[in-house]
Design a protein around this ligand. Structure first.
Ligand code: MOS
Length: 748
């Protein structure tokens, strides 16, 4: 830390992606782009019913297509693990992981029922279109409403997801006695991740039991572990590479169908195989589950919260209990003595949901922050003032202290940037031409995790530094920030640093998720670099006539490829001289990051934000425009303001998607998603996005991680949809509690 601060050239400086040129020139290779000799292509055939059994598979016409090599079904699937637990990956929820082609049973619409393998993609696709299946259809349910009475508490909790806290105070009594209270039901419909890059795997058959796998994943080692466990292979024989990932948002945390199929076919056929999912098939590999929220809030006439009740029901599949922290946020966003929260699941005949950007918070905080806005309206208090009055300075769910919380600064700077004082106090009171104008705001919150991670750093005598860790860059900027951290640690130019990530053979890393990569892998890289400095210093002191012979470690600086005395910079040694004298061609050291269990007993860390939105609503047409959004975030130290800003922009755009556009439309009579394409599943397009301002509030946090970093891949989405919805209420006086707020709901 000390050394970093004395020599900061790159950390905190807006820095273009080191992989940017490769990406824009098309030279960055993605999983399905790697060449392989004699490559076969597999295309998945998907079920067209949501539940039941396959009674007949008609394969003859598919087999007759020239170039078809093999068709795998549940009747001839290759060997794979029998035990359920062998199919569990690092981030699997409790339950029975889905096993492709395990039997004739259908668990969800879109489930793979066959893999057609051919010597060209075109032949495989053509043949796949000719596979016919007949089914016995069982009863099914894909609709959350119907299942509400049957919602249940999952018997086994998902690891890493805190259950709702025990009730505190007497929320019901406080509610009954309150001067001001609201009680509302919110619904947020299912969403799908839709990253640009299709899910793909190129499995290169290197020899019996030996594979190199180019894979779209947020965790090369998670995929490697899955493959070795499911297929009984040895870790040293399976290498997974994910150098570049074209977006993922959580969809690539767990190993997906294409990985299983590419590996299974490759092992069976002893050939290299590529499998890519279609855009449509990507709608069956996990989604943000639909959620219902019943929220009751009360306040006194000074605007002090006196009761919070939030009950949520979320969808999951029949085979797994997918869980996220949905209601917990409601117990710690503000100070309140009477709190009662619950979270239950409803099993539906769908694929298992999976983490999608700020899982839990993006929906739970959204509903809660809209309800808070309703309460403010009832009390007749400014929503920003209300949030200041009810500021929570500790984590009220656990009683733990916070390592930092610069949220009041977020409120202040965000409000100034949007011009909050021009907000019409009375809803539906400001019109500009045909449009009603309104302002709204919301608070955002997300975890700041430090995970266990390892790294290696290698300094060579030519003054180059290589830093490695099996992290992934899913568009977040990991390649770049690790180079920045390495450069500042040793005082070298950015060009002298090479990052190595996206390879399961590198030092251990968790999946790239939870917004923890910068803090965790970044801190591990810094630790490895610190170890190199210690070694350099030790050798420098040992040199004959060394200018640092009498110095302590704290008396020297590392800059410009030299070790120098802090108080006499002219007295220095180059790294090359030191290494030459010690007869070293290179110095390699490792470093680790891990949370401190001692600290975790007393402290907990979160990222905070305040989101402000201006909307304009044309009531005749129901069209909502969002000319301006301000997101002010407190996320600890910002390593790279350029890529960091880009993360917040992406999160805000996704929040706008939740507010106005994104929704899976299921025909519940058929149990099928009907809009499984980008033509019909709407995400915000350029014309939907206008001015987004990102503010990073100064926040120094020495405890959250060795680097002081909190992470910000997810905070940008949290609160954004609520800020938009609250602005729509301010503009129109209409409160829509069913997301997304499409124009039909405003016209109704
Ligand atoms: Mo994130 S939903 O942990 O990729």
């Amino acid at each position: 830390m000390e050394a970093l601060q004395s020599n900061i050239a790159h950390i905190g400086k807006p820095t273009s992606r080191v992989d940017g040129k490769l990406k824009v020139t098309g030279r960055a290779r993605y999983a399905a782009e790697y060449p392989a000799a004699d490559l076969l292509h597999g295309v998945i055939v998907s079920a067209t019913v949501p539940a039941g059994r396959i009674t007949k598979l008609e394969l003859d016409r598919a087999r007759a297509v020239p170039g078809v090599v093999q068709i795998f079904t549940h009747e001839n699937r290759g060997k794979a693990a029998w035990l359920d637990r062998k199919w569990r990956d690092e981030v699997a929820p409790p339950g029975h992981p889905f096993r492709p082609l395990h039997s004739d049973r259908i668990l969800f619409d879109g489930q793979p029922i066959a893999l057609v393998v051919a010597d060209s993609f075109e032949a495989a696709r053509d043949a796949a279109s000719l596979v016919r299946a007949e089914y016995d259809i069982d009863d099914f349910c894909t609709e959350l409403e119907v299942r509400r009475p049957e919602a249940y508490d999952p018997p086994e909790k998902r690891s890493g997801i805190p259950p709702p806290p025990e009730p505190r105070g007497d929320a019901e009594d406080a509610f009954d006695r309150a001067k001001h209270r609201i009680s509302s039901e919110y619904r947020i419909n299912a969403e799908h991740h839709n990253p640009m890059e299709l899910f793909g795997t190129t499995c290169v058959f290197e020899g019996p039991g030996q594979l190199t796998i180019y894979e779209k994943t947020q965790g090369s080692q998670n995929s490697q572990g899955y493959v070795t466990s499911v297929f009984g292979l040895r870790s040293k024989n399976v290498r997974v590479i994910n150098h570049y990932v074209g977006g993922a948002f959580g969809a690539a945390l767990r190993p997906q169908q294409q990985l299983f199929f590419a590996v299974m076919a490759s092992l069976e056929l002893k050939r290299s195989v590529r499998v890519t999912l279609t855009r449509s098939q990507m709608f069956y590999i996990g989604y943000r589950p639909d959620t219902y929220h019943a929220i009751a809030l009360a306040a006194d006439n000074k605007g002090r919260l006196t009761s919070i009740m939030h009950d949520a029901v979320a969808a999951t599949s029949h085979h797994e209990d997918y869980q996220e922290a949905v209601v917990n946020w409601s117990g710690m966003m503000y100070h309140c003595d009477n709190v009662k929260l619950s979270y239950a699941l409803a099993k539906l005949n769908t694929a298992t949901p999976c983490d999608m950007r700020a899982p839990g918070a993006s929906v739970g905080v959204n509903a809660f922050e809209c309800a808070i806005d309703e309460l403010c309206h009832d009390v007749g208090i400014d929503p920003l003032e209300f949030r200041r009055i009810n500021f929570a300075s500790i984590d009220e769910n656990t009683g733990k202290m916070l390592t930092s919380k610069a949220l009041l600064e977020c409120y202040q700077q965000g409000a100034a940037a949007i011009g909050w004082d021009r907000r019409p106090v009375k809803p539906r009171s400001l019109k500009d031409g045909r449009e009603l104008v309104g302002l709204g705001m919301a608070t955002g919150m997300w975890d700041a995790f430090l995970m266990k991670a390892a790294a290696e750093a290698k300094l060579t005598a030519d003054g180059r530094l290589e830093v490695s860790t099996a992290a992934s860059d899913i568009g977040t900027g990991t390649w770049t920030i690790l180079a920045q951290i390495g450069a500042d640690a040793l005082g070298l130019p950015l060009e002298a640093i090479t990052s190595r990530i996206g390879d399961s053979t590198l030092p251990a890393s968790p999946v790239e998720g939870g917004s923890w990569t910068a803090a965790s892998n970044g801190s591990a890289v810094m630790a490895a670099c610190e170890a190199i400095k210690a070694t350099l210093f030790k050798h420098a002191r040992a040199m004959t006539n060394s200018p640092v012979a009498q110095a302590e470690y704290d008396d020297v600086v590392f800059a410009g490829g030299r070790i120098a005395l802090k108080n006499d910079l002219a007295r220095s040694l180059s790294f090359a001289e030191v290494m030459h004298a010690a007869d070293l061609a290179e110095i390699t050291e490792t470093g680790k990051a891990a949370p401190s269990l001692l600290q975790m007993r007393k402290y907990i860390s979160y990222t905070h934000s305040a989101v402000f939105a201006e909307v304009r609503v044309d009531e005749d047409l129901g069209v909502v425009r969002i000319p301006r959004i301000v997101c002010a975030a407190a996320a600890g130290r910002i390593i790279n303001p350029k890529t960091a800003r880009s993360q917040i922009l992406g999160g805000v755009v996704m929040g706008i998607g939740m507010a106005l556009h994104e929704e899976a439309m299921t025909d519940h009579r058929l149990g099928k998603i009907m809009n499984h394409s980008l033509a019909e599943y709407h995400v915000p397009a350029h014309a939907d996005i206008a001015d987004i301002e990102v503010i990073f509030v100064d926040e120094t946090d020495e405890k959250v991680s060795p680097l002081g970093v909190k992470g910000l891949g997810e905070i940008g989405i949290v609160g954004t949809a609520a800020a938009v919805a609250n602005a729509i209420f301010n503009a129109t006086g209409r409160r829509v509690r069913d997301f997304p707020i499409t124009l039909d709901k405003l016209l109704a």
